[in-house]
Design a protein around this ligand. Structure first.
Ligand code: OAA
Ligand code: MG
Length: 393
């Protein structure tokens, strides 16, 4: 087993959309191609990228992580059974990195980790979801993943009518649950912002036949406790699917206070980038294993090697994997959801292309999506994305 080459680039993922915290006008993503030579001289190239919301990490990749991967020894990156070991490669890449202060190195490492899993599955000649089910889930892959349509972004000039039209398109594509942004009127007095958001929410719930359980709302960490509780009181009677990132993602004890006052499901975790941060949320965030949703994104948080540690941590704390619905709407997390039996995966039918979205010919039916059977993560079955990887040469 040998790393033949690692190439990296930066691709735009910019658009005019905004959530309550940021706009995406300058958003970028790192892309990598990692070529590995396995048993019998067989070569495979795995691809990776970073999920939306964090920028490309060319410096960290070039200065620390790619050189360490290239210098990794055969013994370090080979499993006892002779196969590529993403966990061994992860250890080589993370050499001389102190614990804590995860910052955005978790994003850079996640890009390489994704490519290594893609390569490992290609060397084995199997789709990643199957490799994961066989190695870590007693061979028990789900036939499909539950997915929901995330959108409802703020966009210049977008009113309630356009929001409802957008959600109608998602229903037409086969999704039954949708998500929209709220809390995005900065500077507006709370009472007015709430009234405006309730009008937006009520219009979408009306489209959903009055069934609030088909709608999730996402604050992107914008609120303090007062605003989160004020919104919670208005949202509670609507029976929403979940109330997402109402608070700063690292403010665990405030989540615990909110959870004492808001009985329906809360979702968070997309901005927690390590097992240790996730564990602090579980220990101190007051979240409820019977209803709340954990959205750690393996691509942003040191990759699947770390995500496996997070799943082990959750099991130790009595949380089912079915409570995990990763952020990011990408094929990597979709493979993980199906192969490891998570609760589902996010999907972005209209934003973050070409990194968001799944293989080209797998339609969404009843909010479920099945997996392609080609080896690896399935990037070769998604033309627009594969064209971006091809620019790496
Ligand atoms: O708008 C974003 O940053 C993405 C997001 O929160 C989500 O997909 O849940
Ligand atoms: Mg979110």
């Amino acid at each position: 087993m040998r790393i033949v080459s690692v190439k990296q680039g930066t691709a735009p993922i910019a658009s005019a959309i905004a959530n309550a915290y940021i706009d995406f006008s300058k958003m970028t993503a790192s892309i990598v191609a990692v070529t590995v030579e396995g048993e019998g001289g067989k070569q495979a190239t795995g691809y990776g990228f970073n999920s939306n919301g964090r920028y490309a990490q060319p410096g960290l990749l070039a200065e620390r992580f790619i050189p360490r991967l290239v210098e990794a020894t055969e013994a370090q990156i080979t499993r006892p059974d002779g196969k590529l070991s993403p966990a061994g490669a992860w250890n080589a890449v993370m050499k001389n990195e102190k614990p804590g202060g995860h910052g955005e190195r978790s994003v850079a490492v996640g890009v390489l980790d994704m490519a290594l899993w893609d390569a490992a599955a290609k060397l084995d000649g199997v789709p990643l979801w199957k490799l994961l089910a066989d190695r870590f889930n007693n061979g028990a892959a789900d036939p499909a993943a539950w997915v929901y349509a995330a959108g409802g972004y703020y966009y210049p000039g977008k009113g309630v009518d356009q929001l409802v039209e957008e959600m109608k398109r998602y229903l037409g594509m086969g999704y039954s649950t949708v998500k929209m942004k709220i809390g995005g009127a900065p500077g507006t007095p709370l009472k007015e912002a709430l009234a405006e958001d309730m009008a937006r929410i009520e219009a979408v719930v009306k489209l959903l036949g009055g069934d609030g359980s088909k709608l999730a709302v996402d604050v992107n960490g914008r609120f303090g406790l007062h605003a989160a509780l004020t919104y919670a009181a208005a949202l509670a009677p609507m029976g929403l699917r979940w109330y997402e990132e109402p608070l700063d993602p690292l403010d665990y004890s405030t989540h615990a206070t909110l959870a004492e006052h808001y009985a329906p499901p809360i979702a968070t975790g997309e901005n927690l980038f390590s097992m240790q941060d996730a564990r602090n949320l579980i220990r101190h965030g007051g979240l409820r294993p019977d209803r709340d949703i954990l959205q750690f994104d393996p691509a942003l948080s040191y990759g699947l090697v770390e995500y496996l540690r997070t799943l082990d941590m959750l099991a130790l704390h009595g949380w089912s994997r079915r409570r995990c619905v990763p952020h990011g709407g990408h094929q990597f997390a979709l493979n993980i959801a199906v192969g490891l039996g998570l609760g589902g995966n996010e999907s972005y039918p209209e934003v973050f292309h070409p990194f968001g979205g799944f293989a080209d010919d797998v339609p969404v039916r009843d909010s479920k999506v099945a997996m392609p059977t080609i080896p690896g993560i399935g990037f070769e079955a998604k033309n627009e994305l594969f064209a971006v990887f091809k620019t790496l040469g």
